[in-house]
Ligand binder design. Sequence first.
Ligand SMILES: [Zn+2]
Length: 413
Amino acid sequence: MTHTSALDRLLRYVAIDTRSDESSRSTPSTPGQLTLLKLLVDELHGIGIANAALDEHGYVMATIPASEGLAGAPVVGFIAHVDTSPEMPGGGVKPLVHRGYDGRDLVLPDAPDAVLRLADHPALAGQVGHDIVTASGTTLLGADDKAGVAAIMAAAEHLMRHPDAPRGPVRIAFTPDEEIGRGADHFDVERFGAVCAYTLDGGGVGELEYESFSADAMTVTFHGFNTHPGYAKDRMVNAIKLAAEFITRIPQDGMSPETTDGYEGFVHPYIVNASVERTSVKLLIRDFSTTVLKQREALVERLAHEVVAAEPRAKVECAVDVSYRNMREVLDGRPEVVERAREAMRRAGITPVEKPIRGGTDGSRLSFMGLPTPNLFAGEHNFHSRLEWVSAQDMDQAVRVIVELCGVWAEAR
Ligand SMILES: [Zn+2]
C-alpha cells in the first residue's frame, strides 16, 4: 500500500482558496473552507476512519482507533486550521517545489521582487538538500496551516496502515476561521473528548510553544464639545486633541511593539476614530503575565483620566474586552502535556526549541475551555507573506513527532 506524503497532501490542499473573512457572519466564514473540510472527510474515510464527520459549524472531527489492548490509554488530540490569512491573496495559489535546495536564491516567477535569499531568511541555512515549497510570488502559500493539516493527515494514514503502532484512541480536528480569531468559538471540547491536544501550526523543526500572551483590547473614548470653529473661542473642546495628548503620554520605551520582544508586553494604539465631538482610541494590551496585563490597563486608564483632568468640560470612558489568556496558566498545572511532547521529539531525534508565542493561538482559548493545547512545529515559515515556505522534510519530521507522541501517551497509563 502506498502512502500519500505530507508534501503531496499539502500541494492538493493549497490549491483550494480557504481565505477567511472577518466581515462574514457565517461559520465557516467562507465557502472555500467547506470545500477543503469536505475533502478531508472524504480522505479520512478513504484511509479507513469511518467516524470522520463535518459538523454544522465547519469542524471536522475523527478518531484513530487505539492499537490492540490500549483502548483504555488517555485520548490525545491533534488540531490544525484550514483557513488562511485574510490579509493576503489566497486564491489561485501555484505551489512550486524547489527540489534539493542548495543555498541559491529561490526566485518566485510571478513577481520580480519575490526572491527568497538565504541572507534575508536565516532559517533556510538548515535546509540544504531539502525540497522547499513556495508559492509563485503573488499569493501566500497557505502552509499556515495546511502544512499542519497535511502532517496530521499523513500521520493518520501511517497509524491506520500500522495498526500495531502503539497508541490509545487519537482524536483529530480540523477547524475553520483561526486567522480571524474564531477558531475556538464552536469547538466542542466535550465531544472531542481528549485529555489534551496539540495544534500543528508552528515554525521550524523542534518548535514547541506553550506560553502565549495574555491579551485584552481597550477602547478609550474622549468626549469633547463641537461648535462652528469661527465662533469656538472658550467653547470648543476638541476630543481629537485630547486623544492625541493621551497617545503621546503612553511610554514608548519598553511598552510598545516597536521596542519590545521576548517576554516583554506592550500597549499598542492601533485604530483611532476621530471627530471633535468624540474620538475613540482602540488599543491592544499584551503581556505574558495576566497580573502585569491588568497593571498596564490601569496605567492606560490613569493616563486617559490625567488628560481629561485638565479640561473639566471633557469626559473619558475606558472599556476592556477580554481577548485570551496565556495558555501556560493552564499548562503549568498539567506539566505532562508539554513533557510528553519533549519526549516524543527526543525519540524522533529532534531537540525541542521552546519559545514564547508573541500572540495567541486557538490553543490559548482551548486551554481555558478545558483542553490544554500547546503548539508544535509543522515547518511553516514567513507566515502571512508572499514569501511563505515550508520544507517537505520538515513536514515529515512533524509526522514523525505526531506518531511518537501517540506512543508516549500510550505508555502513560
Ligand atoms: Zn496558523
